[in-house]
Design a protein around this ligand. Structure first.
Ligand SMILES: *[C@@H]1O[C@H](CO)[C@@H](O)[C@H](O)[C@H]1NC(C)=O
Ligand SMILES: *[C@@H]1O[C@H](CO)[C@@H](O)[C@H](O)[C@H]1NC(C)=O
Ligand SMILES: *[C@@H]1O[C@H](CO)[C@@H](O)[C@H](O)[C@H]1NC(C)=O
Ligand SMILES: *[C@@H]1O[C@H](CO)[C@@H](O)[C@H](O)[C@H]1NC(C)=O
Ligand SMILES: *[C@@H]1O[C@H](CO)[C@@H](O)[C@H](O)[C@H]1NC(C)=O
Ligand SMILES: *[C@@H]1O[C@H](CO)[C@@H](O)[C@H](O)[C@H]1NC(C)=O
Length: 214
């Protein structure tokens, strides 16, 4: 009788401990609109892990960079990746993206997010200094094919140099740089198959990964 009683109390205490600790550490945030917000991503101080803050605004998820904000278009908890929508041109007659004032996309290097190596970046309206870079700025470069066939970047067709590269490596881990002395516009595609015709390319997107939380 005594032993059964002790066992009961022990089991009960263990159960309470497991339930409360998992509730405190692994509280998943509620859905944002129709999108699930997997742990550790956090849309509020009461859920998720506060190192992994994103925002839910009127049913849409947003990703804050150092100085700017981009819409999140998809979240994949299986490989800890999310996709943001890159900036578009600031007007329909100049080849300059709206985030040039923030020098493009810059993630904080002190947060557990980085840009994955699955992105093909098309840099548009570049200066000659890019010719010294390892990027593909040849006349056959994919950026020309895209600019030639895409109305939303029509102003970029006659905008001088353009260059294409795949992300990966330390220089693109936290930033896609856009500036007057380099390239004034860009777009990005996740897992792009360069052999597909432009009309079968996916919507522009930039893939970001979050580190596993401890
Ligand atoms: C550019 O935008 C302006 C104002 O929104 C519009 O009047 C004009 O027709 C547009 N031009 C082109 C080429 O789409
Ligand atoms: C290219 O970028 C420069 C500098 O940002 C800008 O002044 C120019 O208008 C752009 N070129 C075109 C064709 O839009
Ligand atoms: C980003 O914001 C910081 C202040 O929060 C400012 O010092 C910095 O100049 C800004 N950078 C750009 C490129 O806008
Ligand atoms: C540049 O890209 C084009 C199109 O993908 C490719 O045919 C060419 O070999 C590349 N050139 C260099 C120098 O990488
Ligand atoms: C893009 O269009 C220009 C002008 O029409 C043409 O000279 C160039 O060959 C085209 N480039 C590609 C890669 O389609
Ligand atoms: C991003 O960070 C992860 C670790 O969280 C690392 O495994 C990966 O190599 C990094 N990716 C890039 C492109 O730096």
């Amino acid at each position: 009788m005594e032993a059964t009683h002790k066992l009961f109390i022990f089991t009960f205490a263990a159960l309470v401990l497991i339930l409360t600790s998992s509730a405190q550490q692994q509280q998943q945030c509620s859905d944002c609109g129709n999108t699930a917000v997997p742990y550790p991503l956090s849309t509020a101080p009461t859920c998720g892990d506060q190192s992994y803050k994103i925002r839910c605004d009127a049913g849409r998820l947003l990703f804050d960079t150092v100085n700017n904000t981009y819409p999140i278009t998809s979240v994949n908890p299986t490989n800890q990746r999310l996709v943001i929508k890159p900036a578009t041109l600031s007007s329909n007659d100049t080849c300059v993206t709206s985030d040039i004032v923030y020098e493009g996309i810059q993630l904080s290097s002190s947060l557990p997010f980085n840009i994955t190596s699955s992105n093909t970046i098309l840099y548009l309206n570049c200066t000659e200094t890019l010719l010294q870079s390892p990027l593909n700025c040849t006349s056959a470069s994919l950026c020309h094919v895209y600019a030639n066939q895409t109305d939303s970047v029509a102003p970029c067709r006659d905008a001088g140099l353009c260059c294409t590269f795949r992300t990966g490596g330390s220089s693109t881990e936290h930033r896609i740089r856009v500036r007057e002395a380099g390239c004034s516009a860009y777009t990005s595609f996740v897992n792009l198959d360069p052999n597909l015709p432009v009309d079968r390319w996916p919507e522009p997107g930039l893939e970001i990964q979050w580190a596993l939380s401890g």
